[in-house]
Design a protein around this ligand. Sequence first.
Ligand SMILES: Nc1ncnc2c1ncn2[C@@H]1O[C@H](COP(=O)(O)OP(=O)(O)O)[C@@H](O)[C@H]1O
Ligand SMILES: [Mg+2]
Length: 392
Amino acid sequence: MSLMKSATRTAEKVSGNAEPGRPVLSVRNLRKHFVRSNGAKVPAVDGVSLDVAAGECLVLLGPSGCGKTTLLRSIAGLEHPDSGEILIEGRRVYSSEARVDRPPQQRSLSMVFQSYALWPNMSIFDNIAYPLRQRGVARGEVRSEVERICSLVGIGEVVSAYPNHISGGQQQRVALARALVSGDSLVLFDEPLSNVDAKVRKDLRVELTALQSKFGFAAVYVTHDQEEAMELGHRIAVLERGTVAQLADPRTLYSLPVSHYVATFVGSANELEGQVESVTPDGAVISTPLGKVVAGRAGLDVEAGSTAVAVFRPERARVVAEQPTGPNAWPVTYRSEMFSGNHAEHVVTRDHVIYRVWSDGVSAPPAPASEAWMCVDPADVHAFRPRSDANG
Ligand SMILES: Nc1ncnc2c1ncn2[C@@H]1O[C@H](COP(=O)(O)OP(=O)(O)O)[C@@H](O)[C@H]1O
Ligand SMILES: [Mg+2]
């Protein structure tokens, strides 16, 4: 969207423009509320701070209504926040204190939306050339730049077609190409792949990652799809009612979630709620309908006498026929196995509650309806204060 840049600004220049150590994007304590028609105040973005480095893809993940789009639109300058600060390449583009609020075209960023936002009466070539022509880039240079980008994103064959004659996946590639020719060091994505089918979505994710490492732009990528978040994000910010519940790399987020909300939104989880009997150096002992649960990883807000929820991943648990020794072994009824070659999901129940256990599927499962034991190492059990409610 920058009007100043030349079309020849290439990968090297984008990454070369980033000062080492300085984030491309900094958001400081940003707030934005809406007022509903009934007068209720909705804090859509409620004190968010984050940094995104050159070449980094930061994913904003969370359920519908948690504030992802409002945060992204505020960064883009399409929404006017209440307070806080936004810096792009060290330049203040929004500051409530300094009374700065630059329009989108002065923020050196591009956006790719869920709807492709292509001009239907322009060819693919012209759609992609548009930002370059707007900047007065010379004709020959426009052609070579558009062709270069089109072959990079795999739409070289369709440059002369019109948007409604190409597939959804191709249209999204065009939108991506248009963002890339701008040469902006920050690209914002709002659920860009949710309208393309599963196979194309997977391919485009791989390409997006490759293009990002080639061009070195910083990306903020909004999705409610945790698999997409894990695959694309160098880091993921899980949003909860306008706040950052946790910001971490995908592995940390998965193995060390900080709250019940994060643990259950990212990845599959078995959950057992109960009363905390005691908290010892070995973990919290929780009395649940399944029996005693020892949670080796207990949050600080888990105290004796309080209600807590124990959470463990299906791949950390095991189902065995004989009662094992040690803590965290509970009698269950074996229900069924879903075997998919390299993976098996075992369903067990107790008091009509379903628990899931994953294995590599190598050994034969217990017979359906037989009595079995589910067990998990205390070190793999997290305990949290139960989450209060969903986003609204
Ligand atoms: N223009 C608006 N007027 C009133 N409320 C809004 C408006 N835009 C968003 N909201 C509310 O702000 C919250 C966050 O919305 P949004 O940022 O769109 O969430 P997400 O993108 O995560 O689904 C929601 O409760 C939504 O209803
Ligand atoms: Mg949204």
